[in-house]
Design a protein around this ligand. Structure first.
Ligand code: GLC
Length: 728
């Protein structure tokens, strides 16, 4: 990971360090949030801290760094860590929303701006990207992830790492990235955060680990261990995961940090007797730095004296930490250089945030071309809902340094665009997304009756997703669904815009609205983007990176499911409402389905509408038989038949028909954003290296297995064009 110039310097410095100074590097201490306590100052002066978390006040960060660099014996600089998850002061759409762009370029640019803004304060390490694969929208942290698919997650996660770290980790605006949470956290049982996870090695290696492997390959500077116990062994003390896989198999030399007190919590898990055993298990598994809890600083010296851990293990951990600091250039330039960096929330950053929001929104329904609204024919519209004009809620979860006053809300942007030629009424109707107080409903109904269109801004407040914020039901909270019914009953066209941090179960709501735009929590410029999309100044292009269930009971539901031996089909599916009375037990067909809901998702992975109509045709493969070291060339034609320019995210899927283990019915293996002017036709070209079809088989060895493959190309995981080929 680091060239010898770095590691030689690290080892040279190591040779001058006392035991206490070595142990000190392994501690991340909590900042005092805007001040410097005497205790913290003394800990830094005496080399007891390797990093500070959550200090962002530039003057304080500088003071703390001066204490380390100018007053400690060896002057080893500090890492300053902060959760810069989807922006620092300029807030971009949630990571799950950014994933709807399917654009590594865009995601990289957003991460770069986030890094530049954070670096102005002296923050030099972010705890992102979060690349936990999850198929469970009950889990609050789905908001922070990059979706259900390992291929898409890896491509976007790589882009985020490049954005944060740039191609020179020592440059003024670069910050160290952190691939998290290693590993399996997204499989928390029942979607309840911090809950146990039980994942076969087959699924770990084929689903949950590949994004981490990809980010290790692309040079993510650090990794963070997860809170969850993984198959009975907490990830923060799991030596199979951290030593056998991460260090020995992958050869990862980056620094590994625990999650917040996740080392100490192993005692609560009932995995260790006390702090000393927690420190032993984590250190022995090769966790280099402890986030905030004190087990390392209290126990490691004793464990060394007892010979239960070895000096060379300590030296290895310290060298990984020093190498990172050297690679970041902190010894030469320990202080922030804001004069070399752009202004916070400058116009350029705002425009990027708007572009990201435009590409993050997903059009899920648009019957009778209700959208885009035709400004010229509108005399009045009514904007309704608690999320139409709330610059705080639209920012979403994991926003520590963004400011509400920077936000452009949807109501503001719609008024700026339409008034005075079109009257824009606003009725909040509900105090919050959870409110059940319907006293303003009648006012909203009257306003809707008088309008040419009703724009409903509903969904979830920011607090209803994110860490520890999980839900057992995924319907619209509070009285929102009843509000939709009452507005729909007026007969005025209803356009529903959802701001939320997760997929919601909207099956009962969908028939009542004419159009549905999913805006997630779109960030600082979300309102400006939503207004442009509603008014046709831009065409929606987002595609879902996660499946939308009809009901919670379908979870986990995802496109890459296994075929099974008794699959449900349109022919054998029967809803229980249609059962004959006293139907004999085997008369209904025996298929993998729920009797009380259709077996398909409400919206599939990869789905998203635009304002135009597209036609896919003429799929061609370069070969019908290929060996494992060859590359398949796929071509087709894509035409824009409608009257709007668009950007289509073309998706490539394969299916390995027979494997030494059962294989998913589809696997994403490529995607491209294709811009098409109205009336334009373009040739599509994809290259599929057969090596990309490798997976971990029955012997848990990674290889491409010969045999028949199906291949699809299209606009979602229910693609338009199909073909096949054989690997020999
Ligand atoms: C939290 C999260 C982790 C975050 C860390 C620091 O508990 O699990 O993602 O980076 O603590 O805030």
């Amino acid at each position: 990971m680091y060239d010898s110039a770095i590691t030689d310097r690290a080892n040279q410095l190591l040779s001058r360090m006392t035991l206490a100074e070595k142990l000190g590097q392994l501690n991340q201490l909590s900042g005092n949030y805007g001040q410097v306590s005497d205790a913290l100052a003394e800990q830094i002066r005496t080399g007891q801290a390797g990093s500070i978390i959550n200090e962002v006040e530039p003057g304080i960060v500088k003071k703390l760094q001066q204490l380390a660099v100018e007053e400690s014996r060896l002057g080893i600089p500090l890492l300053f860590g902060r959760d810069v998850i989807h922006g620092f002061r300029t807030i971009f759409p949630l990571p799950l929303a950014q994933a709807c762009s399917w654009s590594p370029e865009l995601v990289e640019k957003c991460a770069r701006v986030s890094a530049n803004e954070a670096a102005t304060t002296g923050v030099n390490w972010t705890f992102a990207p979060m690349i936990d694969i999850t198929r469970d929208p009950r889990w609050g942290r789905v908001a922070e992830c990059l979706g259900e698919d390992p291929w898409l997650c890896a491509k976007l996660g790589e882009a985020m790492v490049k954005g944060f770290q740039s191609n020179d980790l020592s440059s003024p605006g670069a910050i160290a990235a952190c691939a998290k949470h290693f590993a399996g956290y997204g499989a928390s049982e029942s979607g309840r955060d911090y809950n146990t996870t039980d994942i076969s090695e087959h699924n770990l290696r084929n689903l949950y680990l590949p994004p981490f492997n990809a980010l290790a390959e692309v040079g993510a500077a650090t990794m963070m261990t997860a809170f969850n116990d993984l198959n009975g062994v907490p990830a923060s003390g799991n030596s199979w995961l951290l030593k056998q896989v991460l260090r020995d198999e992958w050869g990862y030399e980056g620094m590994v940090v625990s999650d917040w007190a996740s080392i100490e919590q192993m005692q609560l898990h009932g995995f260790t007797e006390n702090g000393k055993e927690s420190a032993f298990e984590a250190f022995n598994a090769s966790v280099d730095m402890e986030m905030v809890s004190p087990t390392y600083r209290n126990e490691l010296e004793g464990l060394l004296k007892e010979g239960r851990i070895q000096p060379k293990q300590l030296d290895a951990a310290v060298v990984r930490i020093l190498s990172l600091k050297l690679a970041m250039g902190l010894f030469e330039q320990p202080y922030a250089q804001p004069e070399k960096l752009p202004e916070l929330v400058c116009e350029e950053h705002r425009q990027l945030a708007k572009e990201a929001a435009l590409k993050s929104c997903v059009l899920l329904k648009n019957q009778n071309q209700t959208l885009p609204l035709d400004e010229d024919s509108l005399n009045s519209i009514t904007v309704i809902g608690p999320l139409a004009n709330d610059g705080y809620e639209q920012l979403g979860t994991w926003v520590f340094d963004g400011k509400e006053e920077d936000s452009i809300t949807s109501l503001q942007a719609i008024r700026d665009a339409l008034e005075p030629s079109c009257r824009v009424n606003f009725v909040k109707a509900l105090a919050t997304s959870r409110s059940k107080d319907d006293r303003e409903f009648q006012q909203a109904v009257e306003a809707a009756k008088a309008a040419d269109a009703a724009l409903l801004f509903l969904g979830e407040e920011a607090i209803l997703s994110g860490e520890a914020h999980c839900r057992a039901e995924l319907n619209l909270p509070g009285a929102q669904e009843r509000l939709i019914e009452e507005i729909a009953a007026t007969g005025t066209p209803v356009i529903l815009i959802i701001l939320a941090g997760r997929p919601l179960t909207l099956e009962s709501v969908l028939p009542k609205v004419d159009a549905l735009l999913y805006a997630w929590h779109p960030g600082t410029m979300g309102g400006a983007a939503i207004a442009d999309l509603l008014l046709g100044k831009a065409s929606p292009s987002g595609k879902l990176p996660i499946t939308f269930p009809r009901k919670v009971g379908q979870i986990p539901i995802y496109y890459g499911q296994k075929h099974g031996g008794k699959p449900v089909t349109p022919e054998n599916y029967v809803h229980m409402d249609n059962f004959e009375a006293r139907a004999p037990q085997t008369s209904l067909g025996m298929a993998a389905m729920h009797m009380d809901t259709h077996y398909t998702p409400l919206f599939p992975f990869g789905f998203g509408l635009s304002y135009t109509t597209l036609s896919y045709q003429d799929l061609q493969l370069s070969r019908s038989k290929l060996s494992r070291d060859e590359t398949l060339i796929i071509t087709a034609e894509l035409s824009n038949l409608g009257s709007f320019d668009c950007e289509e995210i073309v998706q490539l899927y394969v299916r390995d028909r027979v494997g030494s283990v059962t294989r998913p019915v589809k696997e994403l293996k490529g995607f491209q954003r294709i811009a098409l002017a109205k009336g334009e036709t373009k040739q599509l070209l994809f290259e599929l290296p057969i090596a990309d079809l490798a997976f971990y088989g029955r012997d848990l060895k990674q290889r491409v297995e010969p045999g028949q493959f199906a291949l699809w190309l299209g606009s979602s995981s229910e693609p338009e064009l199909q073909s096949s080929f054989e690997v020999v």
